[in-house]
Design a protein around this ligand. Structure first.
Ligand code: OAD
Length: 283
């Protein structure tokens, strides 16, 4: 039986050569990840069958908004605390480790921009200093009145269990120690804007504009940020590679702009890509 070709064998020789040269010389690599990268860690994606936003009764446009939070802070917090515990119980998979490996190999020439709030990239060894958490993360909260910066979620919530409800003591823990306003999850909501202070949007734009290679993995393009950043990268001359088992706008952008799209799971493909880059860097 003939072994199926690896990802790298499926790249055109021109692309392998371009990427190899770019990376071995001084090129920068940006990886943009979405929920599909954590799917094989057992975390649900947002869209598609079984997705968080597709499940019955759950509408992104109502739940994941500041307007909902201010009307129903308890329900909003309970939803995020449940997601946080699910993420904490999950382990990083081969895709997360591959991204951390790319970062190790490339050092300052590497930036991860992740839409995921689950912190699995960080737990796989990816330094926070080389990643932009463009939608925030599960481990932080901040004053809803913006009087203080991001603080860790109090330890008590590490023992949060499915079906728990906030007690009065819990609500006190989720009250700003300075101004007595509500504390809110450190996540970007649909009725809010990307900024530099909380979501490092300028840093993300800069990284995309300076990339020689841009890899998008596990994102549907359901929110425009991934496509916007990938477009900045290709317009500045980067080679775009999309990794996803399903068709999506990033795949079409990559194919339109002479890049490459790989139909498959991030945990299969990113390790091969990371091995290729590591080799290119050490050659
Ligand atoms: P989505 O749920 O919209 O898309 C997940 C993508 O992952 C889909 O394109 C799947 O085909 C793909 N996928 C599934 N399994 C995969 C695997 N094993 N390997 C690779 N890809 C796989 O998630 P995102 O695009 O991340 O924002 O969603 C973007 C944002 O929308 C999220 O950050 C969240 C959500 O609303 C906020 O909450 C602000």
């Amino acid at each position: 039986m003939t072994a199926s070709p690896t990802f790298v064998q499926q790249l055109s020789p021109e692309l392998v050569s371009t990427m190899g040269t770019v990376i071995a010389e001084s090129g920068r690599v940006v990886v943009i990840t979405g929920a599909g990268v954590s799917a094989e860690s057992g975390l649900r994606t947002y869209r598609g069958a079984g997705g968080l936003w597709t499940e019955e009764g759950m509408s992104a446009m109502t739940m994941a908004t500041a307007a909902y939070f201010f009307r129903h802070p308890q329900e909003s917090w309970e939803w995020y605390l449940k997601r946080r515990i699910e993420a904490r119980r999950a382990s990083p998979n081969r895709a997360h480790h591959a991204v951390a490996g790319l970062s190790d190999a490339l050092g300052d020439r590497f930036t991860l921009i992740t839409q995921n709030i689950d912190r699995l990239h960080h737990r796989s060894g990816m330094p926070l200093g080389r990643q932009v958490e463009i939608h925030g993360h599960h481990e932080g909260m901040r004053c809803a009145g913006e009087c203080i910066g991001v603080e860790p979620i109090p330890q008590r919530f590490d023992a949060w269990a499915e079906g728990d409800s906030l007690t009065d003591a819990d609500k006190q823990l989720l009250t700003c120690s300075r101004c007595d306003d509500l504390m809110r999850p450190h996540v970007l909501w649909f009725d809010e804007f990307y900024d530099e202070a909380h979501y490092a949007i300028r840093t993300a734009h800069g990284a995309a504009a300076g990339a020689s290679v841009c890899i998008t993995a596990g994102t549907s393009g359901g929110v425009p940020i991934a496509e916007r950043l990938a477009t900045i990268a290709v317009r500045a001359g980067a080679t775009l590679i999309d990794v996803n088992p399903a068709d999506n706008p990033l795949r079409r952008l990559a194919l339109d702009r002479g890049g490459h799209a790989r139909d498959g799971s991030a945990s299969d493909i990113l390790p091969e890509l990371a091995a290729f880059v590591r080799k290119a860097v050490t050659q």
